[in-house]
Structures are given as C-alpha cells and as structure tokens.
Design a protein around this ligand. Structure first.
Ligand SMILES: Nc1nc2c(ncn2[C@@H]2O[C@H](COP(=O)(O)OP(=O)(O)O)[C@@H](O)[C@H]2O)c(=O)[nH]1
Ligand SMILES: [Mg+2]
Length: 360
C-alpha cells in the first residue's frame, strides 16, 4: 500500500513522514528505512502478530508495511504547473490513498502560507487544485469518448453520458469519491486523484492530542461531509516518540493519557478506507502479517505469499489468530477443532491464520 502525504507548505507533512518511517524502522529493527528522501517504509504495528510469534517461538517476525511518499508542497496554481505542479500531481497518481495533513496548531514561529490557521480554507485550496487537475483529465477523456461514441457504440455512449455527469460533479466542487459508482464511469474514476480514498490528518499541538481543539473538530466535520476519514495527531509529539525506545515510549504515552500513537490510529484508518485486511502465517521459522483486499479468496491470499502457492493451490488450514494463541500450537488447535480445511473460494477474514497446501 502506498500513501501520498499532501498538504500546504509548513503544515507538518515532513515531520509526519519522518516520524512514521523512523518509528517503524526503529521499533521493529527493520532492515530498510527511507528509500529516498521522499519515499519511506513504515512498519504496521500489530499486537496479534506479536502474540502469534510468541507462542510459536518464531525465529523471525515480519510485519506488513505501508509506503509513504512525502509529496512536496502543493501551492495555489499547482494544477497549471505552478511550483512543482505537474510532478507533484504525477506522484499522487502513483499512490493508492492520500493523507492530507492540515495545520491545526498555532505557533508564531512557524509561518502559515496564507496568514492564520484556517483548516477549512487550507483544505479548500488543496482540494481546488486536485479538482482542477481531475477536471482537465475528464475534459480530455470526454473529448475522445464523445468523438468515438459517434460510431453508435452503446458502451461508449453510456460512458460519455457518465463523463458529462462526472464533469459537472467536479465543477461543482465535489470530489470524485462522492460520485455514484457505475460501471460506465469506473475506468474514468480510476484515473482521478479525488477518487482516491482520503484521510485527513489534523496536526494539533501536544496539549490537544487527547481531546482535540476547535480546528481539528472543523477538519473532522469536513471529512465526514465528503466521504473521507479523519485522524488527529501531533506531528511534533510523534517525532519525539520516534526517538524513544519501546518502553520509554509506552510510559510517555501513558503520561499524556493516550493509548496508541497517532501512527497506529492512522494505519488503522487507512486500512478501513482502503478496504484492506490482515491475515497471518505462523510457525517456528517465521510469523508474518500479510495484507489483502477485503473479499479476497484463500487462493488469492496464497498468491500474496508466493505465486506458486496460488498456481498450485489445493487447500488451506485456517484458524483465527486468537484461537491459535489460546491453543499454543497448530496441532493443539487442530485437536480442539479450531482449525478448518478450506478450499480455494473461501473468503479470508481479518485475523485468519493460514497454512497453504499446494502442489506445483
Ligand atoms: N508547534 C508545532 N510545530 C510543528 C508541528 N508540526 C510541525 N511543526 C513545525 O512546523 C514546521 C514545518 O514542518 P514540516 O514538517 O517541515 O512541514 P511541511 O512543509 O508540511 O513538510 C517545522 O518547523 C516543524 O517543526 C506541531 O505539531 N506543533
Ligand atoms: Mg516538507
């Protein structure tokens, strides 16, 4: 999964990016951190995986990861090539989801590009650039499809009709994510930035993490209105936590009255928005978390692990992670009838733990 971090300059994007990728790398002693200055890998914290690895006495624990791209400051006019305009829009197109960082902290030492802290105004500025970029994509497509539809092709005609509606929707200031899904519009929607699942990140002061402030409340309200998710975190606090060891970090969070780091909330919300779920493989050699789309079959999930497993799939032993942890081993769980043998079309559930039987 790749998430692009966008937002106006000086809202805390790089601070969020650095703490997310650094925290993951250090907490799990992960072998790779920042691939290039703007692309980083963050480990997804998952207590279920840790519990499985412990009872299985796994030699290796491999969590899933999320890639983050710190997308350079978007400014007014980007959709027409202002600033890093086009390059920046291209970077967002390569992402599956967008995290939009919004400044919700006051600090006279950090210049705000448009004067004061104004979440709704900031969101509108960014959204306008993204909508304009999408509009020009749709105009071009409509031009092509409209001409081709003159041949009388029913499918093309249907698409052209949908594109007109989609153009009006975008012109009206509404993101493509809230456009009613239809088969005729599906391909066009796949090319649009504002169709991507979006998570607003309200970057608040340390003191406002627990209860939020009036700015973050504004962000949450706007997100709900336009089919996006919202999380609240303090980039500065996350950066401090990323410098601490695991034990120290826990104590610090406790002192602040917070249960989870902003990153954990962030990842959870992103998984929900993208319709992702986690399944596990667990044994003495290795316990590992894997990500698939909600609705994936056992065979598709097996393909995540290895293409041979998908090709030669026979069946899978499947048990819920907590049943395996309670039983303490695969053989004990089988004795207790907590493990089922499932076929290729079985729909994988979040938390399933699998052993794939295959033959190539
Ligand atoms: N007071 C305060 N300052 C912050 C916070 N988050 C970021 N900053 C500061 O704001 C400035 C810009 O942050 P940066 O992450 O570089 O913003 P970017 O331009 O969006 O990448 C830096 O000086 C940060 O230290 C925060 O939560 N509170
Ligand atoms: Mg930056």
């Amino acid at each position: 999964m790749r998430v692009g971090i966008v937002g106006l300059p000086n809202v805390g994007k790089s601070t969020v990016f650095n703490s997310l990728t650094k925290a993951g790398a250090e907490a799990q002693n992960y072998p790779f951190t920042t691939i290039d200055p703007n692309l980083g890998v963050a480990v997804v914290p998952d207590g279920r995986l840790d519990a499985l690895a412990e009872v299985m006495k796994s030699k290796r624990v491999v969590p899933t990861t999320v890639d983050f791209v710190d997308i350079a400051g978007l400014v007014r006019g980007a959709s027409t090539g202002e600033g890093l305009g086009n390059q920046f829009l291209g970077n967002i197109r390569e992402c599956e989801a967008v995290a939009h960082v919004v400044r919700c902290f006051e600090d006279d030492n950090v210049i705000h590009v448009h004067g004061g802290v104004d979440p709704a105004g900031d969101i509108e500025t960014i959204q306008t650039e993204l909508l304009l970029a999408d509009l020009s994509t749709i105009e071009r497509r409509l031009d092509r499809t409209g001409k081709a539809a003159k041949s009388g092709d029913a499918k093309l005609k249907a698409e052209a009709g949908e594109l007109v509606k989609l153009r009006d929707h975008l012109s009206n200031g509404d993101p493509a994510r809230t456009f009613p899904k239809s088969e005729a519009a599906a391909e066009a929607l796949g090319t649009l930035i504002t169709a991507k699942p979006t998570l607003y990140v309200a970057n608040v002061d340390e003191e406002s993490v627990a209860d939020g402030n009036s700015f973050s409340a504004e962000v949450e309200k706007l997100a709900a209105r336009e089919g996006a998710g919202a999380v609240r975190l303090s980039a500065r606090l996350e950066a401090e936590i990323a410098e601490l060891g695991e034990e120290e970090a826990r104590e610090y969070l406790e002192m602040l009255g917070i249960e989870k780091t902003g990153f954990e909330e962030f990842v959870r919300a992103a998984y929900g928005l993208l319709g992702l779920l986690t399944f596990f493989t667990a044994g003495e050699k290795e316990s590992r978390a894997w990500t698939v789309q909600d609705g994936a079959t056992a065979r598709t999930a097996a393909g995540r692990i290895h293409s041979d497993m998908e090709r030669g799939f026979i069946a899978a032993d499947v048990g819920l992670w907590n049943d395996l942890v309670d039983a303490g081993s695969w053989s004990k769980a089988k004795e207790e009838a907590k493990v089922r043998l499932e076929g290729r079309d079985y729909i994988v559930r979040d938390g399933d733990t699998m052993i794939v039987r295959f033959n190539v």
